[in-house]
Ligand binder design. Structure first.
Ligand code: FES
Length: 134
């Protein structure tokens, strides 16, 4: 993306990560499940999707990291609540706002105005299905 395009997206608070069609995931009690073979964005390293709705308290960011490990986070920056995106090739999440707070994969705030960590959810891949415990 161009520098100007990135800046305009930041002003508008638009995340690069797409919201996953609610038909492609389930919430049962406190566990979200996703069939990986139905979600191309989660079949490549560095891919990610956002889950929202269906009774989730906060949106959830699901990442297939640069090493192919699945991770899930509260998708709500602890500064003013904007959404997060994975940073390509790095174990870092970045807020889509102009201030661009960053967080590590343990949820710790690394830089920017966010002063609190984000929630990290237990995430496990089993038999092609991702289970995320809220
Ligand atoms: S909302 Fe994330 S840095 Fe401001």
């Amino acid at each position: 993306m161009s520098v100007i395009g990135d800046f305009l997206r930041s002003i508008a608070g638009i995340s690069e990560t797409k919201v996953l069609d609610p038909e492609q995931w389930q919430l049962d009690a406190n566990v979200v499940t996703i069939k990986i073979d139905q979600v191309p964005a989660l079949q490549r390293h560095g891919g990610a999707v956002c889950l929202k709705g269906k009774g989730l308290k906060d949106p959830v960011l699901v990442v297939c990291d640069h090493e192919g490990v699945y991770r899930s986070f509260s998708n709500k920056c602890t500064h003013f609540g904007r959404k997060l995106d994975p940073v390509p090739g790095k174990p870092v999440l970045r807020c889509c706002s102009v201030s661009h707070s960053t967080f590590d994969y343990l949820g710790n705030n690394l830089s920017g105005p966010a002063k609190k960590p984000i929630r990290v959810y237990l995430t496990e891949l089993k038999n092609g299905e991702l289970a995320i415990v809220m």
